[in-house]
Design a protein around this ligand. Structure first.
Ligand code: AMP
Length: 396
């Protein structure tokens, strides 16, 4: 276990997965207590990933932490005890003071950059630049905002929040329904229809968007699972990862709004355009997917379901990693034969690494295996991996 960051009243911890878990790790239980207090006064928190943010701690106090994993077989052993200390008010003030020159420097650099940007925009407008060039400005802004934002390095599982709605509020922007215009149904999602439409946010240009809806009559759990995809997606900012515009939760139907990908899912797109691309174009698609996956792995996010069906393609053939929903892995969904029931959840056998099938060890390395299958799918224009072999034969 190691400390990722700390403040006066919180500590963020991360730990590695046990080497040989005896089944799918359902979640982790973190136990902690103040060093000077008895172990009997300990608090426990659950986390579905190997990170947790412990809040509400006393400043400048040492806490004792232990973590254990849970599979269907029950809890494993607790890890050894580790001690981490929250910041004192003094340390906090000093760290702010230390950062002050950096903040002032960045602000000054930002100001200079903004002035330069305003000058460029004014010059471009004067010269009567058309749409193509204004798009360039958008890209420039997007590029710089990605680099200048303080940026979270580690992905936080929305289910580590006691109230998952809080994760939605933290990671997804609430959009007013009056800004959204639905046009037509383009697909079927797990929780309802997927539509195309327009989004016009105040002060921004109108844009094409995809709108995932949650069908009426949903349970609270379905609403939570549906919105968890937005809380995950909202943490990412990369040109090869699908971009979340926001959510509509204050009116019905509940919606997740993302950038629109004109060519839809990669598997269908390739099958519809069999033999139409150069090898350079195909490899370009794969390069984009690799770049998106590298970003996700750097954020400690394990996708578990990388496959051409979960990649979306835009009009410029840019491929973006999508599908961050977790519900298709759940045992109670029997609708999709791609996901085979296995102990502790459903698994897309043809795309899954042997150690993940056998010991449920899903890691960035098992994502790399799935990436290999995606390479095969792309170069074969969307053929089915292992053709008509049965899942059982594929496993052997
Ligand atoms: P999903 O629930 O994410 O698997 O979405 C179902 C289907 O809707 C996909 O297979 C796509 O065809 C379509 N779709 C989802 N998101 C988008 C998007 N951002 N742009 C265009 N089509 C999308």
């Amino acid at each position: 276990m190691h400390q990722v960051s700390r403040t006066v009243d919180s500590i963020t911890l991360s730990w590695s997965q046990p080497d040989q878990p005896n089944g799918v790790i359902l979640d982790y239980e973190l136990q902690y207590y103040e060093k000077d207090q008895s172990e009997y006064n300990s608090t426990t928190v659950r986390s579905q990933t190997n990170t947790a943010v412990i809040r509400g701690l006393k400043s400048g106090s040492i806490y004792v932490f232990q973590v254990r994993a849970r599979t269907v077989a029950g809890f494993g052993r607790y890890s050894g005890k580790l001690y981490f200390q929250t910041m004192t008010e003094e340390e906090y003030n000093t760290s702010i003071q230390e950062k002050l020159p950096l903040i002032i420097g960045s602000a000054a650099a930002g100001l200079v950059f903004l002035i330069a940007l305003v000058v460029i925009i004014i010059v471009c407008n004067r010269r009567g630049f058309d749409r193509g060039d204004s798009e360039y400005t958008d890209k420039l802004q997007h590029y710089t905002s990605g680099h200048m934002s303080p940026g979270m390095k580690i992905y936080i599982d929305p289910f580590t929040y006691e109230d998952p709605n809080e994760a939605v509020r933290e990671f997804a922007k609430e959009i007013d329904i009056s800004c959204v215009k639905i046009e037509q149904v383009i697909g079927a999602g797990e929780f309802g229809e997927v539509c195309s439409g327009n989004l016009k946010l105040p002060g921004k240009r109108e844009m094409f968007v995809a709108i995932k809806t949650l069908k009426s009559g949903y349970t609270e759990k379905q609403r939570r699972d549906f919105l968890s995809e937005a809380s995950i997606m909202g943490q990412f900012d990369h040109p090869n990862v699908i971009h979340l515009e926001g959510v509509v939760t204050k009116s019905s139907p509940v919606m997740i709004i993302t950038e629109f990908m004109e060519n839809g899912s990669l598997d269908t797109f390739l099958r519809q355009n069999d033999g139409q691309f150069t090898v350079i174009q195909l490899v370009g698609m794969l390069r984009g997917i690799a770049s998106g996956m590298k970003y996700l792995a750097d954020m400690n996010y394990v996708h578990r379901d990388l496959a051409a069906r979960n990649i979306l393609v835009n009009s410029n053939l840019v491929c973006k990693v999508s599908d961050f929903g977790l519900s298709r892995f759940l045992e109670d969904d029997t609708s999709d034969p791609t996901y085979t029931s296995a102990l502790g959840g459903k698994i897309p056998i043809r795309w899954t690494a042997p150690e993940a099938i056998q010991y449920r060890k899903f890691t960035s390395a098992s994502d790399v295996w799935s990436y290999g299958i995606v390479m095969w799918e792309v170069m074969s224009y969307g053929e089915r991996p292992y053709w008509d072999m049965t899942n059982q034969d594929v496993r052997i």
